[in-house]
Design a protein around this ligand. Sequence first.
Ligand code: BTN
Length: 279
Amino acid sequence: MQQEDVKQTYEISAKSVKDNLRTKILGSEVKVFDTINSTSTYLKENDCKNGEVVVALHQSAGRGRKGRSFLSNSNRGVYFSFILNTNIDFEKLSLVTIWVAVAVVRSFKSVYNIEVDIKWVNDIFYNNKKLGGILTETILLSKEQKVDKLIIGIGLNTGKVADEISDIAISIEEILNKSENTNNENKISQNLRNNLISEILNNFEEIYLSCTDTSRSENPKIINEYKKQLFFLNKEVTVIGQETFKAKAIDLNEKGELIIKNKQDELITLNSGEISIKL
Ligand code: BTN
């Protein structure tokens, strides 16, 4: 059930998201649901327009990376996904999440004046706590090993986080309540949630087009921007993969792979598909 009238309750609407868009592709259609299983699953299972955006205030089966579930409670967050036709090379796929993360960082800065951190590869953090996450999925052309569509889902904690995760998660509301110089009521207004969605779409489209245009690839610039927000660089981390071990996070290469140094002083390049990092 699509709930356009949801805006009366939650003041989030397709129109207000669309009003702030400066995109050519993203937002060709914007749908707002009060509840849905998962905005990304919706885009996977339905015949959607290129650039279609689906927003929900609650997901009954929100999904995270590596098949994990993603807690998506009513009024505690904003959950949205978009679909993009693409012919992106396989080798560049691992960069897409990095581009989305930079779009999220830029948007938090411009909408809320909040400087958020990134935990490689897909987590948005603030003060060592998770503020949101990104899930990048692909639809492949069946015969050829080619990417046909990207489905990008973003979940952000906006209202108070659930008690059971309050030691590891944080929300926009909690960040703004702690900051002294903000007019909380104004900043927290639902309009800004609409703006945040629009800004993320605006920023991502711009980054995606500039990074996939071979004549002016801006990828190195975006990688640098991402690196600046990686709060665990030069710190000790725990690498969790086939083996678990402690190492120092050293750098991020142009493919978005993390370079770490183990206790034997060997440099190891990690691909995000294989491992997770714990601080
Ligand atoms: C993660 O933290 O592992 C990624 C979380 C991604 C959650 C978003 S919410 C919108 C979209 N729909 C989903 O089911 N998942 C993504």
